[in-house]
Design a protein. Structure first.
Length: 357
């Protein structure tokens, strides 16, 4: 399995995704500040992986703290949370991961639990979230596999695979699950400028699994759709609003419009932790603006004239009306809307039958 991140006694070990696919190197983060830097600099990226990384950042901060009183530790916990929360604004999993550990800490501190017990409890919870993330990906795969063509080509945008989670992947997990169930699928991966998650990361991990993959420039999907080369689209998500609007990597909205125009099903796969029921519509989702150098330079080489204006929004919002279904570990939400999401939120979905690989 691809070791996206790993909790070690020395710290959290991250596969450096800025160096892939040409180099497989690791970054060991030994404190919460280093975990925050790893998230900000996209050494680890992808909403679910960011969420668990943030939880591990909180846990490592608490575990490494020299505080001898709960008051002192509580003050430090606030600093850990603020530092991690300021890394990236769009993926709601970041805030979910921070809150999971902070809420556990607060409930234990409120009961005057001895600090050593609190430390082991938060570390255990962060490590459990790692396992739960992989299980959720497998459950999405089980729920979503049947939606993909028995034989055909699936387009994906950005990287929503093992590298964007703790393993297996969301959108790529559904593709893996379909192939495990005998579907004959090949993948077209949008290169996904400017950070090239598709060209670098999706291609790398799918080729490792011998899944037939081809990379295309982001402006080529329309042509291939018009030629009937694409039978379905599946992507991940960074935040899903209460009405079903989905924020994902910049360019996703354009692909959704194309898919609708060509009557191609457009699926989103995401864990429940990516749903933000506090945000009514996509309008309320903060869109990260990243450094202009991501656009002006490629592999460190300047491509644009000095001083030209640059736009670099890292995400966009696809309105719910463009989405055929949202695949979660709880089940599939067809024609996502406020009502269909509330209905899924109200019911506890049965455990799906997981493929025995
Ligand atoms: O900027 P990134 O690489 O963190 O953006 C990642 C995406 O947009 C993914 O599609 C999304 O986080 C889902 S990952 C399962």
């Amino acid at each position: 399995m691809i070791p996206t991140l790993e909790w070690l006694p020395e710290g959290v070990n991250f596969l450096d995704q800025t160096k892939l696919p040409l180099e497989e190197t690791y970054v060991l983060a030994t404190d919460y500040k280093q975990v925050a830097t790893v998230i900000r600099d996209m050494i680890v990226r992808g909403a679910p992986a960011i969420g668990v990384s943030a939880a591990m950042g909180m846990a490592i901060g608490i575990d490494r703290s020299a505080a001898t009183s709960l008051d002192a530790l509580t003050a430090e916990v606030a600093v850990f949370a603020k530092t991690l929360a300021e890394t990236r604004p769009t993926a709601v999993n970041l805030f979910w991961g921070i809150d999971e550990i902070r809420n556990l800490y607060n409930s234990l501190a409120a009961k005057n639990t001895p600090i050593p017990q609190i430390k082991s409890a938060v570390v255990a919870r962060a490590r459990q979230m790692y396992d739960e993330d992989i299980a959720a990906c497998k459950q999405m795969g089980a729920h979503g596999a049947a939606l993909l063509p028995k034989e055909g080509t699936v387009l994906t945008h950005c990287n929503a695979g093992a590298l964007a989670t703790c393993g297996y992947g969301t959108a790529l997990g559904v593709i893996r699950a379909a192939i495990e169930r005998g579907h004959k699928i090949d993948v077209l991966a949008d290169e996904t400028r400017p950070f090239l998650q598709g060209a670098r990361l999706t291609a790398w991990e799918l080729m490792k699994d011998n899944i037939p993959t081809a990379v295309l420039c982001d402006n080529m999907a329309a042509h291939l759709m018009s030629k009937g080369r694409i039978q379905a689209v599946i992507v991940g998500a960074d935040r899903i609003a209460a009405n079903g609007d989905v924020a994902n990597k910049i360019g996703t909205y354009g692909v959704a419009i194309l898919a609708k125009e060509h009557k191609i099903p457009f699926y989103v796969a995401a864990p429940w932790s990516t749903l933000d029921l506090q945000t009514a519509t996509g309008e309320g989702i903060p869109i990260e603006q990243r450094d202009a150098r991501e656009v002006t330079h490629a592999n460190g080489k300047q491509m644009t004239p000095d001083g030209v204006g640059i736009e670099n929004p890292a995400f966009d919002v696809t309105p719910a009306r463009y989405i055929t279904a949202i695949i979660t570990e709880r089940g599939v939400i067809h024609s996502p809307s406020k009502q269909s999401i509330q209905a899924m939120d109200a019911q506890i979905a049965p455990e799906p039958e997981l493929a025995t690989t």
